[in-house]
Design a protein around this ligand. Sequence first.
Ligand SMILES: Cc1cc2nc3c(=O)[nH]c(=O)nc-3n(C[C@H](O)[C@H](O)[C@H](O)COP(=O)(O)OP(=O)(O)OC[C@H]3O[C@@H](n4cnc5c(N)ncnc54)[C@H](O)[C@@H]3O)c2cc1C
Length: 596
Amino acid sequence: SPVIRLMLMQILADAPYQFNHRTLPEPQYDFIVVGAGAAGSILAARLAETDARVLLLEAGGPAPPETSVPGLMPLTLGADVDYHIKLNTPPHLQQGFQDNSSFLNIGRTMGGGTTINAMIYCRCHKLDFDSWANQGNPGWDFESVLPYFKKSERYTGIVNPNTEKYHGRDGPISVGPVSFNSTATEAFLKAGRELGYDVVEEVAPTRSGFVLQLNSIENGVRQTTSESFLRPIVNKSNLFVLSGAPVTKILFDDNKRAIGVEYFFNKKHRQVRARKEVILAAGAVFSPQILMLSGVGPARHLQEMGIKVLHKLEGVGRNYQDHAAIYNLPFAVTDGVTNSIFDFLSPKNLVDYIKQKSGPWARPFGVESPSYVKLGDGPLDWPDVSVPLMNTARSNLGLIVAVSDGDDLSLETFDRLLGPLKGRDTIAFVPMLLRPKSRGRVTLKSTSPFVQPNVDPGFLSHPDDEELLIRAIRFSFSIANTNAMKAIGAKWLSKPLRGCEQHPDTSKSYWRCFTRQLVSSFYHPSSTCKMAPSSDPMAVVSPELKVHGLKSLRVVDASIMPQIVSGNTAAPTFMIAEKAADLIKRDWGYPVYPPS
Ligand SMILES: Cc1cc2nc3c(=O)[nH]c(=O)nc-3n(C[C@H](O)[C@H](O)[C@H](O)COP(=O)(O)OP(=O)(O)OC[C@H]3O[C@@H](n4cnc5c(N)ncnc54)[C@H](O)[C@@H]3O)c2cc1C
């Protein structure tokens, strides 16, 4: 509520900057960046290092104060800073959710996903990027992109001679190890060793095993790309940031050159011109929506929608990938070994946070430690499954999540899965696929830019994905059955899901039924504007991120990933923006200082 937000603004010295302007943008800029999310905020800031004039347009409003507090992350889900898109899934899937489908959360505010996400800083695997390069994208192999990962990072952890060369120490985004591990997390890492896995550093290029997590948090305050990159340069005269200004269309001349955009601000449609380039950074759902609304995309779909085809590009909105996950595999644990909802409600902990930025409010909410393992077939040592430990499961959290409308399980499923754990300390595993073979699609629902597009995530449409997710569930149970986890009392108490009772308890057919009912998003939509050479029928952008067949238009965000990375998508998106900034500067003759 506005009153609570006002109170928080008074209490929190580090509330996000408001980026308010009293004037409207000028009629023309050199570069127009669409979307101030993970990628857009970085890109606009880097372009403004030159003397070019840069306009950054963001659909959402300023980041509200609660977003700066790591422990309050669940409050943002389903709130006004979240697009909260109901997924389109076939009727045999997701029956465990309200109305048979779950939500996809996407940030709609300054900083985009970085303002509402779980702040996990993940470098992913060397082979992710080598495989991008092998698909015809020179310059995107691991060795070439590593400097761009390091460029945005300000690592605050101690020096480790084995991994120091993979860290950046001078970038704008503060990254550090989790400030506190619960007893449950210690047990989880021990369980990994018991199962024969190493405990490894997140930035190791071939990381495989149980991982010590890194977070983008500094002194108890969330680090977003808008706070880290834009706030320090708000007074630069060549950068104009406008929030609350959704772009509705790209404007083209007769030569298919992007010459500006149409946007909506203060109840009016307006136009602004770009002298050099328009750059879409609206994320994997909205960059394809804007392209399609502008007549760029799959011809038949555009015609069906009554949109004049300016340029046929079959790949726009296709090739959609997300880390399909079972969000909640909850286990009861001994009281006190994990974070509890009551820690958040204690007045002492609130005062600690306000005074010293310490305590549970200062910690990343939820995931403290992931594991990356290979459970599928294939010759390479390239993990295909991740099972993170959530140190506070939803049963414990029922209260908060229900208030924020973020929990979308049906009441019946909630009751069977989490009911038996009510009032107990719990942990949950989140088994997920790192490189799903299924592909989904973003299509238009309406020609209105204010109607969210359809998102069909394609979950389990490839049969191998279902098999692997079942293996991932079983792997979660092997973790729970280790001595280390038994020592903290890990116990499966959930009742069989309705509709799955006919299958013998914990049999493969039971888990198949369970998987189909509960598969959902891990909030990592990507790959809908695939970077690939034009010979690839799904290609949307070139390795320079220029939209094929059009001029002066690029896409720079998570949508360009040819294949989703094997881990959380924010840090790879920072890298994409850092690299794109240099590609653009070089093209226009601005000085480029290659990162070390
Ligand atoms: C709940 C949640 C938890 C997550 N947890 C993690 C995590 O812990 N670690 C991690 O690495 N990743 C995490 N992610 C994913 C990560 O945040 C995203 O992958 C990342 O933000 C994608 O960056 P992007 O630049 O492609 O898009 P976004 O960050 O989504 O930015 C796109 C921006 O464009 C704006 N926009 C959209 N349409 C328009 C328009 N028409 N005009 C103008 N602006 C527009 C949006 O409002 C948004 O601000 C999480 C995501 C969510 C939602």
